[in-house]
Design a protein around this ligand. Structure first.
Ligand code: PXL
Length: 277
């Protein structure tokens, strides 16, 4: 039976992030993908002004109730950008109502980057996010989100013991595996740390000195795609990180494309990497 994934996050109608990234990537990875849109925005909130916002929270319990009646179940539930604590409670209900017994709960605690909260997020939201991370199998914070969730200072220069401390503190919240993105130990490199009961692993790759919007969503979606195709955590991290780097390198050759990342031309490369043993 093919694996079904549910993703719960917003629809930013324009801007290459959240569901408009997750759905094509997961589908390309061969996974039947269902969505629960948490909100509809005309664009994402990073760099656009005057965007529209329609909260879809009241729809979520209605969708879940219908799916419960229809006996619709998922092998994985992956969440990204969420707007409220109420949505997190509904996500937990989704785990109970439509998660298969071994359903993998993947949480990208989207709320901050480069040392700052995104518009509309604060420490009270972060506390609720911590509660959600408690029940997750895998969490995918960037370095900023990891520091906020642990109460550790956000550092731009650090060593392995700082990252291991963040990882241990995140594990102590209750999640089983922690994947921290944007971890760089030298000026020209960045990478991804994987921390769980088996210890600490690290994948180092080239650093591109330009901030691009939506890369977190591309990483989390392709990581989920690789994981659900049977890759282990570190292999899934490598596949996702290499894909993101390729997409960014291509995008930055076009200075008019600052709002997102051109992930579409490299979907065949992603599929090839996933199919390779
Ligand atoms: O890429 C994460 C994301 C998703 N959705 C919305 C956002 C952001 C990041 O800013 O604004 C609406």
């Amino acid at each position: 039976m093919n694996k079904k994934v549910l993703t719960l996050q917003d629809i930013s109608c324009y801007g290459q992030c959240s569901i408009t990234v997750a759905l094509p990537i997961l589908s390309a990875c061969g996974l039947e993908t269902a969505i629960i849109p948490s909100a509809v925005l005309s664009t994402h909130t990073g760099g656009f002004t005057g965007f529209t916002f329609c909260d879809l929270t009241p729809e979520i319990p209605k969708i879940l109730k219908h799916w419960q009646k229809e006996k619709i179940f998922f092998s994985a539930i992956y969440s990204g950008y969420l707007g409220s604590a109420e949505q997190m409670e509904y996500l937990k209900e989704a785990y109970r109502v439509c998660g298969l017994p071994d359903c993998i709960k993947i949480v990208d605690p989207v709320m901050a980057d480069s040392g700052k909260f995104y518009p509309g997020f604060d420490y009270a939201f972060a506390e609720k996010m911590k509660d959600l991370c408690k029940v997750a199998d895998v969490i995918l914070p960037n370095l900023t989100e990891a520091s906020i969730l642990t109460g550790e200072p956000y550092l731009t220069e650090y060593n392995e013991s700082y990252i291991k401390r963040l990882g241990e503190k995140l594990l102590s919240i209750g999640c089983k595996t922690v994947v921290i993105t944007g971890v760089g130990y030298t000026k020209e490199t960045t990478g991804v740390a994987v921390i769980n009961k088996d210890g600490y692993q690290y994948y180092c790759h080239k650093k591109i000195h330009q901030h691009c919007h939506g890369t977190g969503d591309i990483f989390s979606s392709s990581f989920t795609g690789a994981l659900m195709n049977g890759k282990d955590y570190l292999s899934a991290v490598k596949i996702a990180a290499d894909y993101v780097v390729k997409c960014i390198e291509y995008t930055i050759t076009d200075p008019t494309h600052a709002y997102g990342v051109k992930f579409e031309p490299f979907l065949p490369d992603l599929i090839k990497a996933i199919k390779q043993d």
